[in-house]
Design a protein around this ligand. Structure first.
Ligand SMILES: Cc1ncc(C[n+]2csc(CCOP(=O)(O)OP(=O)(O)O)c2C)c(N)n1
Length: 637
């Protein structure tokens, strides 16, 4: 290691962050200045997220890591491949996005995830978890085949390391023995406390002391440093001794063919820099295990046992939560939570499954009340679905709650393990539609299209909390797979009814009858259709509004009869137009030789950027204004 590459210990200044325009600007800072920079970055993250909402715990835990990475490596030549990408705010602040950081998650503003179109420093696009090692390994192969020379570093959390794809990548990396560095950012948390044997194993790596092995490895590593070798060895040894963090003789990662280093303190910039500088020139697949604290530096986050304030809506910095808790109507997620608990009191066969989204999917209360019937399987959507299938075939009634976007991971399991065998699994598909500020990686726009072509599945969409309750009740009493999709957002009620009612499969609900035009709506978009219909009435246009309820099977009778009567049909759905509900209506009309003018409103064939939900819905035309305009124009044609 060159002398000048060790951070200087001279006095610090303030306003350092504002002077950083590119990562190269931090390479001349002293250790003290780097620590001040870490403080400024934390303040900036907290103040921005308090205004805009966003991820908090993860980014706060990665501040020193980001600084050390950019201090040692040369992005964009060296590739930093972040996993999930929600934790990369400090990376963004260090790579030219400080000035615009106040636009975080706003329309046309800085994305909340890692996005190559936003910056050359964002080496690989991400939002879903556990892809980093695979992508990094692909880059490594490209580098070597093209005879190029740069470092590739994957940064993966312990939560993300619960997914199978991470092991598929480790498996291949171990075989290929190419130069790749994996940094395991271990904070014992997924969104909720991490679960499973891997998580337990990582904790054992941290706890069990194997000093001799550690010393040997540390020496091996540090002696590669010219000039200060012996000194550094001793320093590192003392440090390790002090914090009692050690290496197992043969770790799981070594079995995979990696050289394993650590665990080290992921908040000690100096140690991180030393480790990176020393590992930079080592050959083969390397894994550095660092220990961080999710929410580091913000006591409300550090002390929040449930999520460490993983994701936040705008909040008061002094309170660590929203200023005053408004009493709001139930969200669809809350309505599901209450419905499930009510049904589960009566039906002991109901079990609930989540792939690491206990709180997000509204299962916290179920887990508290029915702990033996609740399964958080880690970030493992594929397993969640097949696991549900196993329970279903043996007579249980699994309710597998997934966000629409993460369900994409489990498509084959959905087809092969559930639908093909016609198993009675209920999929509760939350965030089905636009996800707002989380953007394109999180919009749940494809579930209708990817499910609709699969035999046996029943797909429902409730317009409100009452219908959600009824649909869940119907589903757990149906002998086949069902999907119940609902969007992010609120219902209009504060509670669900006492008793649910069964809904006839494939039966729509006529909300309003009119002779000129028929609007078939999916889910809560019924409200927009009703508003539009009321306004159209004032213009003398007589509108029918039908709540489709079922995307599959379609209410053939109702659709064909309204098409024959009105000859004008509008469909509206918060999902991709290609292959969506509206496409199903068109196919039905075509197959039955019924001709009618059909306009489909939904999400066009493009990835929708991030922004507020209301703005995005307006932009894609999922609002009453657009329905009204469409109907009006159809009547003029
Ligand atoms: C495939 C997939 N499933 C679920 C999620 C939701 N999710 C976002 S972050 C996260 C936890 C990640 O934990 P970890 O990797 O340890 O990172 P940390 O937040 O603790 O820094 C989860 C489950 C996701 N992004 N992708």
């Amino acid at each position: 290691m060159k002398e000048e590459s060790i951070p200087r210990q001279d006095s610090g200044t303030t306003g350092i962050l504002d002077s950083i325009e590119a990562p190269s600007d931090i390479k001349t800072l002293s250790l003290k200045e780097l620590k001040l920079l870490a403080r400024e970055i934390r303040q900036k993250i907290i103040s921005t997220v308090s205004k805009n909402g966003g991820h908090l715990g993860g980014p706060l835990g990665c501040v020193e890591l980001s600084i050390a990475l950019h201090y040692v490596f040369n992005s964009p030549e060296d590739k930093l491949v972040w996993d999930v990408g929600h934790q990369a705010y400090a990376h963004k602040l260090l790579t030219g996005r400080n000035k615009n950081f106040h636009t975080l998650r706003q329309y046309n503003g800085i994305s909340g995830f890692v996005k190559p179109s936003e910056s050359e420093h964002d080496a690989y696009g991400v939002g879903h978890s556990s892809t980093s090692i695979s992508a990094a390994l692909g880059m490594v192969i490209a580098r070597d085949l093209k005879h190029e020379n740069y470092n590739v570093i994957a940064i993966i959390g312990d939560g993300a390391l619960t997914a199978g794809i991470a092991y598929e990548a480790l498996n291949q990396a171990g075989l290929l023995q190419k130069n790749i560095l994996v940094i395991l950012n271990d904070n014992k948390m997924s969104i909720n406390p991490n679960v499973g044997a891997i998580s337990r194993y990582l904790q054992q790596l941290v706890v069990y002391p194997r000093y001799h092995e550690l010393r040997k490895r540390t020496k091996e590593l540090m002696l590669k440093i010219p000039k200060i070798g012996e000194d550094a060895v001793e320093k590192t040894y003392q440090f390790e001794k002090k914090i009692k963090k050690v290496v197992m003789p043969l770790t799981l990662f070594e079995e995979f063919g990696f050289r394993y280093f650590g665990p080290i303190d992921g908040h000690n910039i100096g140690d991180l820099i030393h480790a990176f500088q020393n590992m930079k020139d080592l050959e083969g697949p390397l894994l550095l295990h660092i220990i961080t604290e999710k929410g580091k530096g913000y006591h409300f986050a550090e002390n929040d046992g449930e999520t460490r304030l993983h994701g936040m809506s705008p909040f008061s910095i002094d309170l660590g939560k929203a200023e005053k808790k408004e009493i709001k109507p139930l969200t669809f997620t809350e309505a599901f939570s209450q419905s499930l608990c009510k049904l589960s009191e009566l039906n002991e066969d109901i079990v609930a499954i989540t792939p690491a989204m206990k709180s997000g999917s509204g299962l916290t209360e179920f887990a508290r009340r029915f702990p033996d019937r609740f399964f958080d399987v880690g970030i493992a959507e594929q397993h969640a679905v097949s696991f549900s299938g196993g329970m279903a075939i043996q007579g249980l009634k699994p309710v597998c709650a997934l966000y629409s976007t993460f369900f994409q991971r489990a498509y084959d399991q959905f087809i092969h393990d559930i639908c093909l065998q016609n198993l009675p699994v209920t999929f509760v598909v939350d965030r089905a539609g636009l996800a707002g500020e989380d953007g394109p990686t999180h919009h749940g726009t494809f579930d209708i299209a990817f499910m609709r072509s699969i035999p046996h599945i029943t797909i429902m969409a409730p317009k409100d909390e009452r219908e959600l309750f009824d649909m869940l009740h119907t589903s757990v009493n149906t002998n086949g797979p069902c999907s119940i999709r609902f969007p992010k957002g609120s219902t209009k009620s504060f509670e669900i009814p006492d008793t649910p009612h069964k809904i006839g499969i494939g039966k729509s609900e006529i909300i309003k009858k009119g002779k000129d035009i028929a609007i078939f709506s999916v889910g809560p978009l019924a409200d927009e259709a009703i508003i539009a219909a009321t306004r159209l009435e004032e213009k003398g246009i007589n509108v029918s509004v039908i709540n489709a309820r079922f995307i599959k099977p379609l209410d053939k009778k109702a659709i064909l009869s309204f098409a024959k009567k009105t000859k004008k049909i509008i469909t509206i759905e918060e999902g991709a137009l290609h292959g969506g509900f509206g496409s199903g209506v068109l196919e039905l009309l075509h197959d039955n030789g019924v001709s009618a003018q059909v306009k489909r409103l939904g999400i066009p064939d493009t990835f929708i950027d991030h922004g507020s939900l209301s703005l995005l819905r307006k932009k894609v035309g999922l609002d009453s204004d657009h329905v009204e305009k469409t109907a009006y124009e159809m009547m003029q044609s």
